[in-house]
Design a binder for this molecule. Structure first.
Ligand code: GLA
Length: 400
């Protein structure tokens, strides 16, 4: 039997998170956990809103993760506690149809449902969930909780499940149980990312490559606007529907199958809004393919330019930016050492990714935070990260 078997590397933050999850589990359930699983948040470097049009993406895992400590129960209840709001949820595995509840445990319940649909006999379980992934910030706290829960529950069930199936079932949990029609970017990155690498993924064929970065001149700096993203679900689903409508009008399966000359030739057929949406997807796919080349070549200036072009297209063609994201990006571009910056994730709030000269990072963080706060009155959270490892089990003895 092949269980999900990637063991996490154990750096200091992972060790600390795992320790916290274990302690919370012990305090709440008065026994030791049987398994501990970790799944990171992600940064989309290029390929914004291309995944659900079967396009290309480039993404990496951040050094922030969600850790789930889990222990089997002898009934069919799931009891889960999370440090995101210090609440505990309890529900029966046979009554998941009572959800969704509009709370964080929808991700847990959705994953349990999809694991069962894969033929996995999910046992009752107690879960303690701790995380340092910013919630609602565009770095995919949702995929992190889904993937860590799926690894923990499938391991408890001794269910043989390969990583690709696991990522796909987590996406289905979000599409079907939670009702967010996301693509595959978040879950695949959380599962398949590796240190010092950027994941390139063809979202149609699921062919992927881990691209080694050709330079260590730049750091990834995540700039969280702290602007809540309340309407993101509906606006996201609307963008997705517009892409589907555009491909239907063009007579293709998805926008993956379209190039710019075809768009220009069909401008009248599509009309203003659909033409802009489609133009974003088509040009963003090209930027990803160029991005792989410049990343491998270590050309951080060119990478920064692609990030900037991506942002402008997301803002003007896809219309998923907002005042706070613009203020953050402007502050980033004005600061010393910034090669380029773009909004990441769904948009409408959340984070900007800035590519910053490594030596300038500390000063960058201080000046951007100050400028952003003066502009908007919101206190941001800004942190640098390297490309981190993908999801896995924490070794039982906590050793490296
Ligand atoms: C969200 C979704 C992803 C992807 C990004 C935008 O994070 O969950 O599937 O569409 O937005 O690139």
């Amino acid at each position: 039997m092949i269980l999900y078997n990637h063991e996490c590397y154990m750096d200091a933050p992972t060790r600390a998170l795992a320790g916290r999850a274990e302690t919370e589990f012990r305090n709440r359930f008065e026994r030791e956990p049987d398994v501990i699983a970790r799944a990171p948040g992600r940064l989309e470097m290029l390929g914004g809103h291309t995944d659900y049009s079967e396009g290309f993406i480039m993404a990496l895992a951040i050094e922030r993760a969600t850790v789930v400590a889990a222990g089997e129960r002898d009934d069919l209840h799931l009891r889960a506690w999370s440090d995101c709001d210090e609440t505990e949820a309890s529900f029966e595995l046979s009554r998941l149809d009572e959800g969704p509840w509009g709370r964080w445990w929808d991700y847990v319940a959705g994953v349990a449902q999809e694991l069962a649909a894969e033929g996995c006999e999910v046992p009752g379980a107690d879960l303690a969930i701790v995380s340092d992934v910013p919630v609602g910030g565009g770095v995919s706290s949702s995929a992190a909780i889904e993937v860590a829960t799926a690894i923990a529950l499938s391991t408890l069930a001794e269910c043989s499940i390969d990583p690709e199936t696991l990522a796909l079932l987590c996406q289905r949990a979000e599409n079907e149980f939670v009702g967010m029609r996301c693509g595959i970017l978040d879950q695949f990155t959380s599962v398949f990312a590796r240190t010092e690498r950027v994941l390139w993924l063809d979202c149609r064929t699921l062919k992927r490559r881990l691209v080694k970065m050709g330079s260590d001149e730049a750091r990834f700096v995540v700039c969280d606007t702290k602007k809540p993203r309340e309407l993101v679900g509906s606006a996201y689903n609307e963008r997705r529907a517009q892409c589907e409508q555009a491909s239907e009008l063009l007579g293709v399966r998805t926008l993956r199958d379209v190039d710019e000359p075809t768009l220009d030739a069909n401008a009248d057929l599509l009309g203003g809004t659909l033409l802009r949406r489609a133009r974003h997807v088509v040009t963003e796919n090209q930027r990803v393919q160029q991005g792989v080349k410049v990343l491998e070549a270590g050309d951080v200036e060119a990478l920064g330019t692609l990030l900037n072009q991506s942002h402008l297209s997301l803002r003007d063609n896809y219309e998923v930016s907002c005042r706070e994201l613009e203020a953050m990006r402007e502050a980033a571009l004005e600061a010393t050492g910034c090669f380029g910056a773009r909004l990441i994730g769904a948009g409408f709030g959340g984070c900007v990714l800035a590519l910053v000269r490594a030596e300038a990072e500390d000063e960058f963080i201080t000046t951007v935070a100050r400028r952003y706060e003066t502009q908007t009155g919101l206190g941001p959270a800004i942190f640098g990260t390297d490309a981190a490892d993908g999801a896995g089990l924490i070794p039982a003895d906590g050793e490296d």
